[in-house]
Design a protein. Structure first.
Length: 445
């Protein structure tokens, strides 16, 4: 019995230190976890670096601020994540760096602290943005308005008082401070044809409260015309009465010029600059509408050059292009400014002559037109030191004799042109309505 008791006592003496150690180990792990949680909760990044320059301990904020939130930094060289302290440093202990984080660059403040038991510690703090100087901010705003061609305006409705930002002066052709802005000055600068439109837009904004958005032209002191776009809205007092209008104005002259160039490209032949088929049909539609209203006649002339292919094949496309350009110039010089000359492509041209009286017979009208055009086109064309002979075949259709619309006139003029070509060089032919057979006329002398 005594022996058993002694054995139990001996076992207790052996187990007790082990239990104490286990309790201390468990308490140390709990404290370590608490310290780890505190480190990870810090917004600042903390790096403990050993004497070999490798990261021994870091918290989550350090990885995030270095742009690698999912990376494990432990055991890696510090220089892999931060430039050596000799670069970009203002002082050995503190410096600012611009590092990528979350896909965007951010400025970090890096502080170095010497540790007694470690090599050193590094603290990373996201640098706070420096507030802009108000004077510099105003100057920056003015410059941005100038380069963006945008200005702000403020008009007191009940008076002539008008405020312009500096950028607006140049939009009206003035230097800053050269004139005193006023509503009267503004109206005098707006193109006379656009003034009523602008005033109507302002009245509509004041009465309805809807946004004001107008495009208009202004005339500069040098006489040049520029396009502006103005947007704004009304400002009301405590009683809901409109007292001011405020908004912005933008120079859209270059945009208008670009649109105009695109429209010209879309409606004109790039080689000769003449209207193409699209513009021809638009203009012919308008000419027929005027002829119906004024009881006048319209002549549609299809022109096909003879001998052009031989010139193109023998002398090359460059010479062929010059022949086409020369033919276009001859047609323009032959006809009135109110008449239209178009190029359909290849060596085919179309002439639209409107405002003709119906006193002449269709035969006499066609004869006068055909002989006038062929007299010019049948002459040799001089290009450089060479002279080229180009003939032409003309097909003529008249409104209202040959049809009431574009399709009928184009069809008859086209058929008449082929009939003239079958009769030889430098012939013109007047189309015949209803019969479908064009009637050839005498060639030009």
């Amino acid at each position: 019995m005594l022996a058993t008791s002694l054995a139990i006592l001996a076992a207790l003496l052996l187990v007790t230190p082990t239990l104490v150690l286990l309790r201390r180990l468990r308490r140390a792990k709990q404290q370590l976890a608490q310290h780890r949680a505190l480190l990870d909760a810090l917004p600042e990044g903390l790096l403990l670096v050993d004497r070999d320059g490798r990261i021994d301990v870091h918290n989550a904020a350090a990885a995030r601020l270095l742009g690698h939130p999912a990376a494990t930094l432990q055991g890696t060289p510090l220089q892999r994540w931060l430039p050596p302290s000799g670069e970009h440093a203002t002082t050995p202990a503190r410096r600012h760096l611009l590092l990528p984080a979350d896909g965007k660059p951010q400025r970090l403040e890096v502080s170095r602290i010497t540790a007694a038991t470690h090599g050193h510690a590094v603290v990373l703090t996201q640098a706070t943005a420096v507030q802009d100087d108000p004077v510099e901010a105003v100057e920056r705003f003015k410059r941005s308005q100038y380069f963006a061609c945008i200005g702000t305006w403020d008009w007191s409705i009940d008076s002539d008082m008008l405020y312009w930002s500096e950028a607006i002066y140049g939009m009206f052709g003035f230097k800053v401070g050269e004139v005193t802005p006023s509503y009267e000055l503004f109206c005098s600068c707006v193109h006379p044809d656009d003034r009523e439109q602008v005033r109507a837009g302002e009245r509509r904004c004041i009465e309805t409260g809807h946004n004001h958005d107008e495009e208009y032209r202004v005339i500069w002191p040098d006489g040049s015309i520029h396009w502006l776009r103005e947007t704004g809205n009304v400002v009301k007092d405590a009683n809901g009465q409109p007292i001011r209008m405020m908004g912005v104005v933008r120079d859209i002259s270059e945009e208008k010029a670009s649109v105009s160039r695109l429209k010209k490209i879309a409606r004109h032949d790039p080689l000769t600059g003449l209207p193409n088929r699209l513009l021809l049909e638009e203009s012919l539609t308008q000419a027929l509408a005027r002829a119906r209203s004024n009881a006048t006649r319209v002549a549609l002339v299809f022109i096909d050059l003879n001998g052009f292919k031989q010139i193109n094949d023998k002398h090359g496309h460059a010479v062929g292009d010059q022949v086409l350009v020369g033919t276009a110039q001859r047609l323009l010089q032959t006809l009135r400014e109110s008449d239209m000359v178009a190029r359909l492509g290849g060596d085919e041209f179309v002439v639209v002559i409107e405002g003709l009286t119906r006193n002449k017979s269709p035969h006499d009208e066609a004869q006068m037109i055909g002989e006038k055009i062929l007299q010019q086109l049948s002459q040799p064309l001089s290009l450089g030191n060479a002279s080229h002979q180009v003939g032409a075949s003309l097909g003529i259709a008249l409104y209202p004799e040959h049809g009431p619309n574009i399709d009928s006139l184009i069809h008859i003029a086209d058929q008449a042109m082929y009939a003239a070509k079958r009769n030889g060089n430098n012939q013109y032919c007047l189309g015949m309505a209803n019969t479908g057979e064009p009637c050839p006329l005498s060639p030009a002398p």
